[in-house]
Design a protein around this ligand. Structure first.
Ligand code: NAD
Length: 496
């Protein structure tokens, strides 16, 4: 994956990047692009300058019901489509995405605001879910054994769970879609994708890629309703729907878990994070600073995996702070498609103002912005790289998902103190630890999270199980666990 530091290497050629000639602004239902029931459009704007990119159809509850019906109609034949065939379609989708990565990355940058390098890295990561699940599609296992009493054979097969509703956020508009579509299709499920309304165009482009790769009519459907609430609720109450996979905020995830409960719909939830980044006494400061830049600044800080709080051993605090401040100061901010800009815009002015308010509160509570900390004047949803020192361990910022390029540093005296503060949160997605291997591994096992990066600034990998504990979610995506979320075990007792 391209890292934040790679950004500079990509910048020379950026001006030639253009978004795809065709943008998909209608709904995709039953194998064709069609308008919504009502003639209402939703504007998609570039957060770097507010310019209009396109206006997409606003799907009604009726449109969403039609999408579920199309998925239900296609379910039986897709479930019995040979795994090799499903695999080859996903493999083709990977090939197309890789071939078209430049225009797709430009599209992400246009509607999301992130830097082109981050967008390009996202396309590589996103496409890789299609490749990984193409490989998984042909490895769905089963079991066959004699019962302990010897009275029967216990045969266990894994079968597709059924129609899946996939709801994705704006921060990784490509990767969060492929991380769900890949395993759903590999398992033999049909799906309805509902992307975040700020970034529907990337999701539409991915749906078109799947169609070109050979996905049959009705297997993948795509709807863009606003507001999302009533439409998603209606889909979750449709009797054909058996699966919800949601990535987004804990608040919305909790709501959807309640709604899924009515029809006992299986729910996989990837929710908010509040990642601690621990710099132990034995850490290599240079490596920790480099890792911190990636863990904090990848995607402009808009990642559920973004380092949200830095707990640094007192003996290294000055050196680490100085290194981080210098690296942040050297980070150029501006429109993502313009050469040299490693930090793009946030998704909207409202999100930028939220980040500014989080920083203002931290400063009120005694923190000092050593670099950044001021909302720039001028157009675009920009917020500068910011390092906060003097942050109290109980400050509000340590309990808030920042979702922006802001690094609060908290000085600690030992490993126990760092671990205690790190675990004092309702979230539990990911943690980062820098230190000698034995200490870092010891701490890794003590952190209450679903994933730990040891002496690394980024850990996301389609081949690894991604997910959180506590209020960061339920279930795993990617790895060999990812496809299981879309499979049910069926036990057949056989008396020979
Ligand atoms: P969000 O919860 O506001 O929206 C996510 C999706 O849910 C969007 O498609 C949105 O339209 C839809 N939605 C919003 N309200 C809804 C409702 N009432 N009913 C049904 N659907 C509704 O999240 P966001 O702002 O788009 O994304 C940011 C959040 O996502 C952050 O909290 C981040 O940590 C989280 N996230 C988590 C992961 C992970 O894997 N754990 C990955 C990326 C993002």
């Amino acid at each position: 994956m391209t890292t934040f530091e790679d950004a500079a290497r990509h910048t020379a050629v950026l001006e030639s990047r253009a978004i795809p000639d065709t943008l998909f602004t209608e709904l995709y239902i039953g194998g064709r692009w069609r308008p919504a029931e009502l003639d209402e459009r939703i504007e998609v704007r570039n957060p770097a300058d507010g310019s209009l990119i396109a206006a997409v159809a606003n799907a009604t509850v009726t449109d969403c019901a039609a999408a579920v019906a199309a998925a239900a109609d296609a379910a039986e034949s897709w479930a019995v489509t040979p795994p090799r065939h499903r695999s080859e379609i996903l493999r083709s989708a990977w090939e197309i995405m890789v071939a078209e990565r430049e225009s797709l990355a430009a599209l992400i940058t246009a509607e999301n605001g992130k830097s082109y390098a981050d967008a390009e890295a996202e396309i590589d990561y996103a496409a890789d879910f299609f490749r990984w699940f193409a490989e998984e599609a042909v490895r769905i296992g089963g079991d066959y054994r004699l019962s302990p009493q010897g009275d029967k054979r216990i045969l266990v097969s894994r079968e597709p769970i059924g129609v899946a509703v996939l709801v994705t956020p704006w921060n990784f508009p490509a990767a969060m879609a492929t991380r769900k579509l890949g395993p759903a299709l590999a398992a033999g499920c049909t799906a309805i994708l509902k992307p975040a309304i700020q970034t529907p165009l990337t999701a539409g482009a991915i749906v078109d890629i799947l169609a070109r790769a050979g996905v049959p009519a009705g297997v993948v459907n795509y709807v863009t309703p606003r507001p999302a609430g009533a439409a998603v609720r209606a889909m979750l109450h449709h009797p054909a729907v058996r699966k919800l996979s949601f990535t987004g905020s804990t608040e919305v995830g909790r709501l959807l878990l309640h709604e899924a409960a009515d029809n006992i719909v299986s729910a996989s939830l990837e929710l908010g994070g509040n990642a601690p980044f621990l710099v132990l006494e034995s850490a290599d400061v240079g490596a920790a600073v480099a890792g911190a830049m990636v863990a904090k600044m990848r995607n402009g800080g808009c990642a559920c995996t973004a380092a949200n709080r830095f707990y640094v051993h007192r003996s290294l605090a000055d050196a680490f702070t100085q290194g981080l401040v210098e690296a942040m100061r050297d980070t150029t901010m501006g429109p993502g498609l313009v050469a040299g800009n490693a930090l793009g815009a946030l998704i909207s002015d409202a999100e930028r103002d939220k980040v500014a308010a989080i920083v203002a509160r931290a400063v009120d509570e005694g923190a000092v912005a050593v670099v950044g900390g001021q909302k720039p004047s001028g157009p675009g949803a920009f917020y500068p790289p910011t390092v906060l020192t003097g942050v109290r361990p109980d400050a509000a910022i340590t309990q808030t998902e920042i979702f922006g390029p802001v690094a609060p540093i908290i000085v600690v005296d030992d490993e126990d103190e760092a671990v205690a503060w790190a675990n004092r949160t309702e979230m539990g997605l990911v943690g980062y630890v820098y230190g000698d291997t034995a200490s870092a591994m010891r701490v890794a096992h003590r952190l209450q999270v679903g994933m730990v990066a040891v002496n690394k600034g980024v850990l996301s990998d389609p081949a690894a199980p991604f997910g959180g504990v506590k209020q960061s979610g339920l279930g795993r995506e990617g790895g060999s666990a990812g496809i299981e979320e879309y499979l049910e075990q069926k036990y057949i007792a056989v008396d020979l």
